[in-house]
Design a protein around this ligand. Structure first.
Ligand SMILES: [Fe+2]
Ligand SMILES: [Fe+2]
Length: 154
């Protein structure tokens, strides 16, 4: 590989792991969703390898922080929507409910068996996120693009 090939390949982002059914069409949102699933996988792998220090001590706090960041990014984008007050209210409520569940489960790491919590956590993360992205976030992407948010591609 030449130097120029190396330098250009280093600029290429990791391939998006999401399938078409989970792609909203808004690049920033899709990249963040991809990152979320990668963090979930890293968490599951570290836990499966028995590396609780990494899984619970490092990856989980990072995952929680990234969820908060991602939700606030979407909420910022949806605040630009016109005549969508009830949709925005519903979307915000779903985000808040998920953050509450995540916080409750994570707080349980101090008092419950890790295996039980990890199962509860990964089930919540994977099923909730997949469902939320496929429905509520997909609508957000459609609404943003329909209202002329072409800047989102930059
Ligand atoms: Fe969302
Ligand atoms: Fe999302």
């Amino acid at each position: 590989m030449s130097a120029s090939e190396r330098s250009s390949s280093s600029l290429v982002r990791r391939p998006n792991v999401l399938t078409g059914a989970l792609l909203t069409g808004v690049r920033s949102i899709d990249m963040q969703h991809s990152e979320l699933f990668e963090l979930i996988e890293a968490f599951e792998s570290a836990h499966a390898a028995g590396d609780l220090a990494t899984a619970v001590g490092t990856l989980l706090p990072h995952l929680e922080a990234y969820v908060v960041f991602h939700f606030s990014e979407e909420e910022q984008l949806m605040s630009s929507l016109v005549n969508e007050a009830s949709y925005i209210q519903m979307h915000l409520a779903q985000h808040q409910s998920f953050k509450d569940s995540l916080q409750r489960i994570c707080a349980g790491f101090n008092v419950k068996d890790d295996e039980v919590i990890v199962e509860e956590l990964t089930a919540l993360l994977r099923s909730w996120l997949t469902q939320h992205i496929a429905t509520t976030d997909m609508s957000l992407g459609q609404k943003l693009l329909a209202q002329g948010s072409h800047k989102l591609w930059k």
